[in-house]
Design a binder for this molecule. Structure first.
Ligand code: RAM
Length: 895
């Protein structure tokens, strides 16, 4: 058994950790069945070599008889700022034998406000009135060009260690001696800036040298003062009226001395090649304005900056993975539409920007790149972008070969139009660069059906495209907001595909910050619009997501930090709805948003969510030891449930509204008397059947559709919906070429063409929330209701539909889990991997319990098999950790 995947604060070897008591985690791997950790020991030292010397350890837990492996808080000495700590974990297995060890490190950031000496600097309008060079009428509105900032400094000796701590009001790219620092994009991302502004930490030791050095940065408007959301006001409406920069370079020498170079009045500024940059509008570069060597020592004098603010403000160490360029996608087709004008197809709706190689353009020649998700009559369809221009422009510098790649904008697109290009556009001269927060991909789902695999691909692309700075609703039009319902509906799916623990926990701080003094959350976070109480299912994200992060990752601290706001939300709804039907203070009450042809009564949906949030807050209270709260919340929940039944459930099991979503909410949230459950399932099934296996659900209901059907014995219907290719269905969009999940079932239809451009995104993840079910039931990786971070696995492969096999893998916080099945020649084969320290209940659906064999032997008594029992549809095996291959007579479900 070996520990691997060591992490501090849910990231491997992070620089600049801001937590005073960071939490350490490791995973375990073993080929041996029944492997478990019985004890661990954590040690730490300031030098890696010192980990071997007991006298030089600064922290030693000694051997702790404990199976825990995740998020163990530091309880060593108080951590100092800007210090690297090496740590080692040693583990003992279930026999008490020493099993293995591994080591890692983390480095603290600037933990104290006093550590900051830097001041905010920006453009001084008095010193530098900006005058746009004449002659470019067709350019985007240009209010103020990005800042190019620099400062020179001298080092007497080579440093042994150097760190740059930096951030911006806006988005920035730091540079040192002519070289870009780090690989973060659009840093510092987007937070409730007035409450928390993230700074980034970079190791720049290798970029410095004795003699003259130059520290520089480009800073553009970003979310701070650019266009944000659908309210097209700019500038100064949301956060501030101009971008600014704050940085502190800390250089350490061998003799223990230190030199600090911080932003202050000695910095210089002038505009450069990027003439304007906006997240929604695009970027405009005039290469003729590029000053060679501007970011190296000895460059021409810049103008003085303005010191904008000596107070650094609410700086917080970046706690999650930054946005990066994650992959490059080549063009699959380049089509010339007119001389110099090309439409390029990347074959995938994606989010990022293009890199274009320009050949032989004379100085000042203007090339325009526009972006779109769809084509209409062979041309870009951009109506659905609303006011987002998504247009990049490049004025050539006159070199033989130039490369244009915008840096401070992003677009949602599959197609681009390149206009006014001199010469031919070779497919290799353009590439799409995909951007998103670098949440490590942890999951994989595959099956025998290409349409379902395309669905899984569309879901993961929707996740990539919308996990940019905050979980957004869409990445292309003038919106891109952190809508709460979208995020809570998709959270379970997202945590299958990637490790989103740090990303969502960080965004939850914004959700909590958005809550008002009465306890009402907002529909979006950060709050830049929609200044009223959140709608049902939207505000509930403030309860559901912390709970989900606890279940999926064992993150107790996120529960602790969210608990008061969870409770305040439930109390808020209760206070305004004392009769326990949520009818008042429902904000914009979107209902089952974008449902098809039906209307689920808002009150039914709202009251169901009131019950759900109350129940989850009660569970959170128990986890945190607040048992009095838990008891009160359980009473409240019982009352809401009774009110729900009384008001909306009839004696024959019909639920008010009679829609699929009404039944799904009632069944999924346990709001029906047990005796009426079969009847309600019958009504739900009848509705689906009478529509020839079509769904009517919107954002809210869709996540529950397949899970509820398969939990209630109607996997046949869940599969019928999964395989449906007629409108409305996932398959319909795929049949029409979708490579991402659409916002609306009818984003484009045979009968009506494009939906109204007023609201029609082709990259919205909500309807992709079925992904959790693909992993959880189709392949079969789930956990028991009381389990945390997949400690007690529930492996329930569900052969059905037209599938012949399905398989999922998931790198959980405890290690790698696999579950898959295949059927051939009447024989079912199930493979499962259970990581050390975990147990599993594995269901084998088979009509013949006696046929079950593990590795070709009767399952009972096999190593690691703790028990064999029959259940209604087959046999369950209780397993310890290990890898298993189980075969049995196949169930009679696959054609
Ligand atoms: C739209 C978006 C978003 C949704 C809200 C209610 O603006 O589609 O996803 O949450 O409406």
């Amino acid at each position: 058994m070996t520990p691997y995947g060591l992490e501090t604060e849910q990231r491997p070897e992070p620089l600049g950790v801001g937590e005073r008591l960071p939490r350490l985690s490791w995973k375990l791997a073993s080929d041996r069945r029944g492997a478990t950790q019985s004890a661990y020991r954590l040690t730490a030292a300031e030098r890696a070599a010192d980990l071997a010397d007991p006298d030089r350890l600064i922290w030693d837990t000694g051997r702790r008889e404990c199976a825990d492996t995740i998020l163990i808080p530091w309880d060593g000495p108080a951590l100092r700022s800007a210090t690297r700590y090496h740590w080692r974990v040693q583990v003992w297995d279930e026999t008490g034998a020493e099993a293995g060890a591994a080591q890692s490190w983390f480095e603290t950031g600037l933990l104290h406000h006093d550590d900051w000496t830097a001041t905010w600097v920006g453009r001084d309008p008095a010193v530098l009135p900006y005058v746009e060079p004449p002659g470019d009428d067709d350019r985007p509105p240009l209010e103020a060009p990005p800042l190019y900032l620099r400062r020179e400094f001298h080092l007497d000796r080579p440093p042994v260690r150097a760190r740059l701590y930096a951030t911006a009001r806006g988005v920035y790219e730091p540079r040192l001696n002519g070289v870009r620092v780090g690989d973060a994009e659009l840093a510092p991302g987007w937070t409730e800036y007035h409450r928390r502004l993230h700074y980034q930490t970079y190791d720049v030791t290798e970029l410095l040298h004795p003699g003259a050095n130059a520290l520089a940065a480009i800073v553009a408007d970003g979310w701070w003062c650019g266009y944000v959301g659908f309210d097209a006001r700019r500038p100064a409406q949301h956060y501030g009226d101009q971008p600014a920069f704050l940085a502190q370079l800390v250089v350490d020498f061998a003799d223990g001395s230190r030199q600090v170079v911080a932003t202050d009045g000695a910095w210089g500024e002038r505009p450069g090649a990027i003439r304007s940059a906006d997240l929604l509008m695009g970027e405009y570069v005039d290469r003729r304005q590029h000053v060679p060597g501007w970011d190296t020592a000895g460059a021409a004098a810049f103008l003085p900056v303005a010191v904008l603010d000596p107070e650094p403000g609410p700086l917080v160490a970046e706690p999650d993975h930054p946005i990066r360029v994650i992959l490059d996608v080549p063009a699959i087709d380049v089509h010339q539409r007119a001389p110099g004008r090309y439409i390029v197809d990347f074959g995938q709706n994606l989010v990022g920007r293009v890199r274009l190689t320009v050949r032989g353009a004379p100085a000042g020649h203007r090339i325009v790149v526009r972006h779109a998700e769809m084509l209409a009559d062979g041309e870009l369809y951009t109506d659905n972008l609303r006011t987002a221009k998504a247009t990049d422009m490049y004025l050539a510098g006159g070199d033989e070969v130039e490369v244009f790649e915008p840096r401070f904008t992003f677009h949602g697109f599959r197609y681009v139009e390149v206009d006014n290009l001199p010469g031919e556009l070779a497919p290799t001269d353009i590439v799409a660069r995909v951007l998103h927060n670098d949440t490590p991909l942890t999951g994989r789902f595959e099956c025998s059906d290409p349409m379902v695999n395309q669905l899984q691909s569309n879901i993961t692309w929707g996740q990539r495209g919308n996990f940019i700075a905050v979980p957004t609703d869409c990445p292309q039009r003038d919106e891109r907001l952190g809508w709460l319902a979208d995020a809570q509906i998709f959270a379970p799916t997202s945590s299958r595909n990637a490790d989103v623990s740090a990303f969502l926990a960080r965004w939850l701080r914004d959700v909590v910050n958005g809550q008002d003094a009465q306890g009402a959350f907002r529909d979006v976070a950060p709050v830049v619009a929609l200044h009223r109480e959140a709608a049902p299912a939207w505000g509930d994200a403030g309860v559901i997501i912390p709970w989900h992060l606890w279940r999926a990752y064992g993150d107790r601290r996120v529960l602790e930090r969210s608990y008061d706001s969870m409770l305040a939300w439930v109390r808020y709804v209760h206070r305004h709805n004392p009769d326990l039907r949520w009818r008042h203070r429902t904000g914009n009450s979107y209902g089952d948003w974008l449902q098809v042809d039906v209307t689920t009564p808002r009150e039914v949906l709202a009251t169901a969510y009131f019950a759900r949030s109350t129940q989850l807050t009660a569970e959170a209270a128990d986890v945190l030891g607040r048992h009095d709260d838990a008891a009160r919340l359980r009473d409240l929940h019982a009352g809401i449930r009774a009110a729900f039944i009384d008001s909306y459930v009839a004696a024959d099991g019909t639920v008010e509204g009679g829609t699929q979503t009404a039944y799904l909410l009632a069944l999924a949230f346990g709001l029906l008397p047990q005796r009426l459950v079969p009847a309600a399932v019958g009504h739900l099934a009848a509705d689906i059947e009478k529509r020839d296996h079509r769904l009517t659900t919107g954002f809210v209901g869709v996540a529950l559709l397949c899970p509820v059907l398969s939990d209630h014995g109607r996997a046949d219907l869940a599969y019928a919906l999964l395989h449906q290719e007629e409108f409305p269905s996932w398959g319909y969009s795929i049949r029409h070429g979708a490579t991402t999940i659409w916002e609306r079932w009818d984003g484009w239809t045979d009968h009506a063409g494009f939906q109204s451009p007023a609201m029609n995104s082709f990259n919205h993840y909500s309807l992709g929330s079925v992904g959790d079910w693909l992993y959880g039931r189709v392949a079969g990786i789930d956990q028991a209701p009381s389990s945390v971070a997949y400690r007690e696995l529930l492996l329930r492969p569900l052969p059905g539909g037209r599938l012949r096999w399905a398989r999922a893998e998931q790198e959980t916080a405890r290690g790698r889990v696999v579950c898959g099945w295949s059927i051939s020649d009447g024989r079912l084969t199930v493979t499962a991997t259970v990581p050390p320290g975990c147990t599993a209940v594995l269901q084998i659906p088979t009509p013949d319990p006696d046929s079950v064999r593990e590795n070709d032997a009767p399952a009972a008594g096999r190593p690691g098999v703790l028990g064999v029992e029959t259940y209604a549809a087959g046999v369950t095996l209780r397993l310890t950790s290990g890898r298993y291959t189980v075969t049995a007579t196949a169930p009679d479900v696959v054609p």
